[in-house]
Design a protein around this ligand. Sequence first.
Ligand code: HEM
Length: 466
Amino acid sequence: MTASPVISPRTPTAPGALPLLGHAHRLARDPLPFITSLRRHGSVVRIRIGPTAAFVVTDPDLTRRVLVTEAAHFAKGGRIIDALRVFFGDGLATVADGDTHLRNRRLMQPMFNKAHIATRVDAMTDRIGSMVGAWPANERRDVFADMNDLALAAFLVALFGTDLPETLQAEFTALMPAVMKGTIRQTVLPGWATRLPLPANRAHAERVARLRTLIDLVIDHHDTAPTGASSTDAGTGQACPHAAPARAGLFTTLLTADRPLTRRQLQDEAITLLTGAIETTGTTLAWTLYEISRHPDIERRLRDEVATVCGDRPLRHLDLERLPYARQVLQEAIRAYGPAWMVTRTATRDVELGGHRIPEGADVVWSPYLHQHDPSYFPDPDVFDPDRWDPGRPQAARGAFLAFGDGRRKCIGENFAWSEMQIILATVLQHWPRIELVSRPPRPQAVVTVKPDSLTMTYGHGPDRS
Ligand code: HEM
C-alpha cells in the first residue's frame, strides 16, 4: 500500500499583497524579480491577481508533473488563454485539451518535422539573405523590430509558400507588430475593459479582421495557382514523404485532410501559428545579438564556426548540424531570457501537488524564466555562458530547461524555431562583419515574451565604419 501524500495545511502566500490588487502591482511593476523571488517561499506559492488566487510552481520536477505525468488534472486554460481566445478563436495553442486539439495537432505535425523543415531551408536562407543584405551600413536600427520582421519572413516562406505576392507579404509585415501590441494589451487588461467600445479596442478588432482577410487571400492564392511539384530535401535531392507541395505548405495540408478545416478554423490556426512563431524567435535573436555585441570572445567563436562551415556561400540545411556553437549561443539566449515567463493551466479537480492542495478551477502558473534562473540547476544564472550547453559538460541542468514546454501541449514549432534562428543568426554574421550596440544596454521587459525594452545597433563592414 502506498502512503497518501502529506498535504501542507497552508501553502505559502507571496508577501506584499495589497487589498483589492493582490500581487497585480508586482506583476505589472517588476514581474521578473517578483516571479523568481517566489522560489524562496516554497515549491508551490500562492499569489493573488485581484480577487483571484493562482498557484505558482517553482520546482521544475513539479512543473513536469503538471505538464506531463498529471496533465489530465491540469487543463490548458487560465486568464491569458481566455483573453487570446476572444480574437484568435480555437487555434492549436488556445483550443481546450481534447479530441479537436489532438486531431489538429496530428494534422499539422508533419509540417514541423525536421525532414519537412529541411525542404524549406534554401527558400528561408534566400529571403533572409536579401533582407539582411539590404540594410544600409552604419544605420541605427531597431533590432527587436528587425528580428521580428526576419522571423515573420522566414515563417511566411516556410509555411505559407514561396510565391506569395509581394503586396501580401508587405501587408503582413506592416500589420503584425500592431496586432502583437494589441494582443498584449488584451492579455494584461481585465476582460471587461477589453470589451468596452474604446478606440484602442476597435482598432485591435479591425486589425485582427484584416489579418483574417489576408489569410483568406493567401488561401485563395493557393487555390487558384497551379500546384507545384512535391518538395525535395535541399541536401539530398530526395522527395520528403511528409512534404506538401512546395508552394502551398500549411494550407494544403489542412484543406486536404479527411475532414478539411473550415475557413474560420484555417484562419484561427494560421493566426495562432503567426503569433506563436514571431515574437518568440524574434526576441531570442534580438537578445542573442545584444549578448554577442558585449562578448567579443563569443562573437569570434561564432564567426569562426560560420566561416569554417559555409564561408561566404548561403547556408544549406546540412550546415545546420555543423553549427553546434551557434545552437549553444541561441540556447543560452533562450535560457537567460525565457522567452516565455508566465504560462497557465487550470486544475480540473482538487489535486495534490508537492504536498499542496490545489482546488478545482484554480489557475496554476509555471514559468520557463523562473526555472531557467534557478541557481541549483544553472549556477550563476545571470551570467551569459553558452558553454553550459557544451555536450562535454554534465547535463544535470537539462531537466530544468523548459523553454518549449513539455507533454501534449509542448511547442509544435521547436524544430522550426532552431532552424530559423540558426539561419538568421548565421546570415546576419555573414553579411555584417561589425555589429555594434549604440543604445544603452536594454532592460528585459516581460510582456508576452521577455523582450528588450529598447535595442539599437549598427551593422558595418569593418572597424573603420566603412
Ligand atoms: C524560441 C522559440 C519558441 C519558444 C521558446 C516557444 C515556446 C513555447 C511554449 C513554452 C509552448 C507551450 C505553452 C504551454 O505549455 O501552454 C509553446 C506552444 C506552442 N508553440 Fe511555441 N515557442 C517557440 C517557437 C514557436 C514557433 C516558431 C511556432 C510556429 C511555427 C510555435 C508554435 C507553437 C504552437 C502552435 C504551440 C501550441 C502547441 C499545442 O498546444 O499543441 N512556437 N511554445
